[in-house]
Design a protein around this ligand. Structure first.
Ligand code: MG
Ligand code: MG
Length: 304
């Protein structure tokens, strides 16, 4: 019998865009990943997806990553972001929108070669945890693909190399919503079967923990919600902050990853939908914190 999703996981896994991601979700993964992140000391966060050569970086990924980075920093971890040049303005805009230190953006360098310039700098940070949020992961043929099956290898540096190397045994966490992201190797068979063009685009890159959500930002929020429960602290951002983050990304040039439009939307969902989901997630988290009964017990962890 399959395990149940936690209430927070179920909310974040809402398939509002009708993309069929439901079967990819691993129940208990959010809580297990959060338990590991709770004691993280040095975290490298990787995000950013440029879906087409004629498009800018998309709005799914950077804001959720910065919300997660802020939570981890508040919990005492050292945080660094690894991004490509086109994504850098979006992450910086998000950091500014939340009043976070902007010198946190560490390294970047888009490259079609196997050795992106930022990777060496990340290895030097000796991360205890590597987290990828909406980041292309290589497919079975070694290529990198957008949801339509077009190559994005020339547009996004191969940061998945880090996750395959696992420097010094760092714990790896992947967050995705389409099957083509870092971490989806955990459910590759299901991606091949249930996602359009899944056999071609599905990533083979596995992570210790895999979070699948309605949008990747929601997956990052879910991790923060679980961290809040574990730490007994209010770590999630507010719907107003979410609107500010989206405005900041669009002002920095970000586009909707499914339409390419420079609008206040993420994955074709208007900011009002994201605000509403976040509001519910916040209230539910506060409710569960009060009950102190939300985290699945040991033994109810994910399976793949
Ligand atoms: Mg995606
Ligand atoms: Mg997305």
């Amino acid at each position: 019998m399959s395990r149940l999703l936690s209430p927070l996981e179920a909310l974040c896994a809402l398939d509002a865009g009708g993309r069929g991601i439901g079967r990819l979700v691993l129940p208990g993964a959010m809580a297990a990943a959060a338990r590991s992140l709770l004691t993280a000391r040095r975290v490298v966060l990787v995000t950013g997806f440029v879906p087409r050569p004629d498009w800018a970086a998309e709005t799914d990924g950077p804001s959720g990553t910065v919300v997660l980075g802020r939570a981890l920093r508040r919990l005492g971890a050292t945080v660094a972001y690894l991004v490509d040049p086109p994504v850098r303005p979006l992450v910086r805009a998000c950091l500014r929108a939340l009043g976070e230190p902007r010198d946190l953006v560490a390294v970047s360098g888009v490259s079609a070669t196997a050795t992106a310039p930022g990777l060496e700098a990340v290895r030097d940070l000796r991360p205890t945890h590597l987290v990828a949020v909406e980041r292309p992961g290589r497919a079975a043929d070694g290529g990198y693909y957008n949801a339509r099956g077009r190559s994005v290898a020339a547009l996004n540096a191969p940061f998945d190399t880090l996750f395959l190397e696992r420097p010094r045994g760092a714990v790896t966490i992947g967050v995705g919503d389409g099957g083509n992201e870092i971490g989806m190797g955990r459910v590759r068979g299901r991606v091949a079967r249930d996602v359009p063009r899944g056999r071609r685009i599905g990533s083979v890159v596995r992570t210790d923990h895999l979070i699948v959500a309605g949008t990747s930002n929601w997956g990052a929020w879910g991790l923060v919600a679980h961290l809040a429960l574990l730490a007994g602290r209010d770590l999630l951002h507010t719907p107003d902050e979410e609107a500010r983050l989206t405005r900041a990304m669009v002002a920095a040039g970000g586009v909707d990853g499914l339409t390419g439009e420079r609008r206040l939307s993420v994955d074709r969902l208007p900011v009002a939908v994201h605000r509403a989901l976040l509001g519910t997630l916040r209230e539910l988290t506060i409710h569960l914190m009060a009950r102190r009964a939300a985290i699945p017990r040991a033994g109810e962890q994910e399976t793949a």
